[in-house]
Design a protein around this ligand. Structure first.
Ligand SMILES: *Cc1c(COP(=O)(O)O)cnc(C)c1O
Length: 386
């Protein structure tokens, strides 16, 4: 049989080419909760020496994630930020990176406060209106994007960015957290490196933190392997197990959460107190066509602007079912306030320019009964007297 295994089969854990269970017959991946491994004799190794470097549970997860993204290797880290921080170690002082200005706030904080301190340079540009090519310098090494962006749900054309990057010898790095490889595979569209907050859709149950760097080429993969072994921010065995378990249901969760998101978007659009709904699945949204051309779905993240800051704050304290909490991509629907939560450290003028004002809320649709979600939102709006 030459046919490649299907995505859902890879998610269940049958990574590329692997046969079934190990010798024990265990269907579920065992948690190798060990820090170290016995050597048969001097000069010999089981292949496992120390868990900072190798751990069978983590390795299984890494193989599964590499398969889902179509990379040569994936490295699992203790959080998304640990993954992005490790990735930045492939660069050196004086290197310059062009990023979209609308990014996860923690990534901007890392770039502006840690990487700049270490001598790197960044240009944060509005990729929708500015051409990255105009910002390329002699020391530029990479273009770094998210699509859709967090939180404004802008769509960036991955193929176009890859063309620009490669015609100047730069790497294209894509944070694929929002759509997950179920809906979007940046490496197949020309990206060189994918990063993930595995805390979100891959883990999927709001119960653990994780992060990934997935590489298309073995050169970068080798560098990342060296970095993780050296700085020691690899994912722990139990967390690796949780993410492996989460990924088993990734396709089902992505479909259901997206279906719920579409219903919530429809409800929000019909609500006169909602002034803007940012969701790439709306045909009138700016990124719709590009998103359709590079992804097989639009995801379950919705950002919306209500009529007043008072109403926004009221909704956050009045929902009965939906928690007001950071994070996204889990079974539970969550509402957050980007201005004071995820993007609190982004300078105010940048935040406002990107559209993140005090009336903007972000919702991550979960997999609950959508009628309960809409009823909960309705009662929150209505109790404000709208
Ligand atoms: C959450 C998030 C991160 C950071 O991941 P952590 O697991 O929280 O460290 C990075 N990028 C995006 C798009 C995110 O949503």
């Amino acid at each position: 049989m030459n046919r490649e295994r299907g995505f859902a089969t890879l998610c269940v854990g049958y990574e590329r080419n692997a046969k079934g269970p190990d010798k024990s017959g265990s269907i579920s991946t065992p948690i190798y909760q060990t820090s170290t491994y016995a050597h048969p004799e001097v000069g010999q190794s089981t292949g496992y020496d120390y868990s900072r470097v190798h751990n069978p549970t983590r390795e299984k997860l890494e193989k599964v994630v590499a398969g889902l993204e179509g990379g040569v290797d994936a490295v699992a880290f203790s959080s998304g930020m640990a993954a992005i921080t490790a990735l930045m170690e492939i660069f050196k002082p004086g290197d310059h990176i062009i990023t979209d200005a609308d990014l996860y706030g923690g990534s901007i904080r890392l770039f502006d406060h840690i990487c700049e301190k270490n001598g790197m340079e960044f240009s944060h540009i509005d990729i929708n209106t500015e051409d990255p090519e105009d910002f390329i310098r002699e020391n530029t090494r990479a273009i770094y994007i998210e699509t859709p962006t967090n939180p404004m749900m802008n769509i960036v054309d991955i193929r176009r960015m890859a063309d620009i990057a490669h015609s100047h010898g730069l790497l294209l790095i894509v944070d694929n957290t929002f759509l997950s490889p179920y809906f979007q595979k940046p490496l197949s569209l020309g990206a060189d490196i994918v990063v993930h907050s595995g805390t979100k859709f891959l883990g999927g149950h709001n119960d653990t933190l994780a992060g990934f760097v997935v590489c298309k080429g073995s050169d970068t993969a080798e560098k990342i392997r060296f970095i993780v072994k050296t700085i020691g921010s690899a994912l722990a065995p139990f967390d690796s197990f949780l993410v492996l378990r989460g990924i088993k249901t990734l396709p089902l969760r992505m479909e259901k959460a997206q279906e719920n998101a579409f219903s919530i978007v429809k409800y929000l659009q019909a609500n006169p107190e909602v002034k803007n709904v940012y969701y790439p699945g709306l045909p009138e949204s700016r990124g719709y066509e590009v998103c359709k051309s590079q992804a097989s779905g639009f995801g379950s993240m919705i950002t919306f602007e209500v009529s007043s800051a008072g109403l926004a704050r009221h909704i956050l304290k009045s929902t009965q079912l939906i928690p007001f909490a950071e994070s996204l991509g889990g079974t539970e629907t969550l509402l957050t306030y980007p201005m004071t939560q995820t993007h609190a450290d982004v300078p105010e003028e940048v935040r406002l320019k990107n559209g993140i004002n005090d009336r903007v809320l972000r919702l991550s649709a979960g997999i609950e009964d959508v009628n309960d979600l809409i009823e909960d939102l309705s009662q929150a709006f209505e109790s404000y007297g709208c």
